[in-house]
Ligand binder design. Structure first.
Ligand code: C2O
Length: 577
């Protein structure tokens, strides 16, 4: 702990060491915080006593150092979601993938450069379910402080963090789910910047407010930090121009609704051009992509969070009239979701990386839910039915317990993982046909086995993944997130991937680049990326319960042939298990 102690207060130090790059330093003290929501007091885990946690602002080219002090009772790590972590995988954060967790009363300094990316990202806990309350925005502005956005400079930038709230202790809830081998309970509220808004009990004074001025433009930096729900977001009386997703610029896309899956971000310009005689609600509610049957659609939190957009100076009539509510899509509107996701195209600026046209590693990866034998420690698990286990290519990812994958990789230590993650699923069947849930002859397809398998690739290999959802235990739109890289989204569709027809639809000209792809429910997507970052990088579903139940795999990217393409050793304060 000694090396963290001197920094006791929340410090942002800008130490100029070059004309255009700075070292930005923060101290994150993680501990208990009592907050009152939905008429109840609750003790949560939070950073620096705030929910959401502090916003980090950097410029491209800066070095970010975050001194994490763990005053919470839990093992903890923080992940910098979407940051490339070029040669700094030790700071990526996923527990047992790139580090052992930071134990209570211990600390670790996350140190990394922000290179070749700008826009809206975020940070969150990456151990247990702590990210429900341990999260915040990470904003990367263009280098030099020139604010050289590839769109007209907004008058104001506004982080909008969408979250999910439980009237329970989420850590208890999660352990209960593990014991039974089932899923954790539904949330009680959604939140905007930590606040549920006036549709919930005792919450009318816990509503996010945005003051705007007539004619000014606002860059909404929208982040879905919810544990498990994709969301529709709208502002009454206003429309958006989406200019970036996942900190990758897009060609401007006009829409009145933003669809955003856990892990994703969207930068949306909004001009305050509505009549100032009224005020306007902003609102978010879940997008539920599961089919009604079979199996029956699981229950879900069907509430709506809202905040308010108020014009300042206000017309007297605005105070007396009720704010205008946007017409929201239905929970089940696959069309709205699909239109939003497939309308995005990438904005290529000179020098930006381009989609690989030649592929070295072709992978077809099925993913979805399944069933595995109960573990001995799952005391309340129904042994004859088994536990819910999610998988990729029918391997249900098992986290190592003794050493992180990255450390085992770096030290060449055997016995922690195997490098045999398969390039194709073990059986090709009618993946998206719901008959798999009712036809007893197909029931063997439900069963999955646990393993810690990685896919090993050469430095700079071009990787293509066909990501195919299965209907086992229900189709669903799963947000698949890759650490360490952005990938290009070439195509997506419903049903089973068919190479002959799909290839014709590949967008090789201006595909959007993302770090999290919401693969269409009962459908597929094709992504490509260049493995130009040595280390071990997890890819997983960003619906939290799916990660813990095994919907994950990892890439092991070998070093290149030069010192500049070789992963350096771990830092001296690297946590031990
Ligand atoms: Cu935002 Cu591995 O996660």
């Amino acid at each position: 702990m000694a090396q963290c102690v001197p920094i006791l207060v929340f410090v942002v130090a800008f130490l100029r060491f070059m004309a255009d790059a700075a070292v930005v330093e923060h101290t994150f003290r993680v501990g208990n915080l009592t907050v009152r929501r939905l008429c109840e007091n609750r003790v949560i885990t939070a950073v620096n006593g705030r929910l959401p946690g502090p916003t980090i602002e950097v410029h491209e080219g800066d070095t970010l150092v975050v001194h994490l002090i763990n005053d919470s009772p839990y093992n903890l790590t923080i992940h910098w979601h979407g940051i490339f972590q070029l040669l700094s995988g030790w700071a990526d954060g996923p527990s047992m993938i790139t580090q052992c967790p930071i134990q209570p009363r211990n600390c670790y300094a996350y140190r990394f450069n922000i290179t070749g990316q700008e826009g809206t990202l975020w940070w969150h806990a990456h151990s247990s379910v702590l990210r429900a309350t341990v999260y915040g925005a990470l904003i990367i502005r263009p280098r030099n402080g020139t604010e050289a956005f590839p769109f007209s400079k907004p008058d104001k930038e506004v982080p909008i963090l969408l979250g999910e709230w439980w009237n329970d202790d989420i850590v208890d809830m999660d352990s209960q789910a593990f014991l039974t081998g089932g899923a954790p309970g539904d949330s009680d509220a959604y939140t905007i910047n930590g606040k549920p808004g006036d549709l919930y009990r005792c919450s009318s004074n816990q509503m996010y407010k945005l003051e705007v001025e007539q004619g000014k433009s606002y860059l909404l930096r929208i982040i879905n930090a919810a544990l498990s729900k994709e969301l529709f977001f709208k502002v009454a009386g206003h429309s958006f121009t989406v200019v970036a997703v996942d900190a990758s610029y897009t060609k401007p896309y006009e829409t009145d609704v933003v669809v955003i899956a856990p892990g994703q971000t969207a930068d949306a310009l909004m001009v305050a051009d509505a009549p100032p005689a009224a005020s306007y609600y902003m609102a978010a509610l879940p997008y539920i992509s599961t089919a009604p049957s079979p199996p029956p659609r699981p229950s879900f939190d069907n509430t709506t969070t809202r905040g308010i957009v108020r014009y300042e100076p206000a017309m007297p009539s605005a105070a007396s009239s009720r704010p205008v509510m946007p017409a929201m899509p239905s929970f089940f509107d696959n069309d709205v979701a699909h239109r939003f996701f497939t309308s995005l195209t990438g904005l290529l600026r000179p020098g930006d990386p381009t989609v690989p046209l030649h592929v070295d590693e072709h992978m077809v990866v099925t993913f979805g839910l399944g069933v595995a034998a109960c573990e001995a420690s799952q005391l309340l698990c129904n042994r004859s039915r088994g536990a819910t286990a999610a998988s990729m290519n029918n391997v249900s990812f098992q986290f190592p317990t003794k050493k992180s994958l990255l450390e085992a990789h770096f030290r060449g230590e055997k016995g922690i993982y195997t490098s045999d993650f398969p390039d194709t699923p073990p059986v090709f069947f009618d993946f998206t046909n719901p008959a798999v849930n009712v036809n007893p002859a197909l029931q063997s397809l439900w069963f999955t086995t646990k393993g810690t398998k990685v896919k090993k690739v050469k430095y700079n290999a071009a990787v293509e993944m066909v990501l195919q959802n299965t209907a086992i235990l229900g189709i669903e739109n799963h947000p698949l997130h890759l650490h360490g890289f952005n990938f290009f989204v070439l195509a997506q569709g419903f049903g089973n991937y068919n190479a002959t027809s799909a290839v014709k639809s590949y967008n090789l000209a201006d595909p959007p680049a993302r770090n999290t792809i919401a693969v269409p429910t009962g459908g597929w997507a094709v992504i490509r990326f260049t493995a130009n970052n040595p280390g071990v990088w997890i890819m997983h579903c960003h619906l939290d319960a799916h990660l813990s139940s095994g919907l994950a795999m990892a890439f092991e990217v070998e070093n290149g042939s030069t010192p500049e393409t070789t992963l350096p050793p771990p830092p001296p304060d690297y946590p031990r298990c």
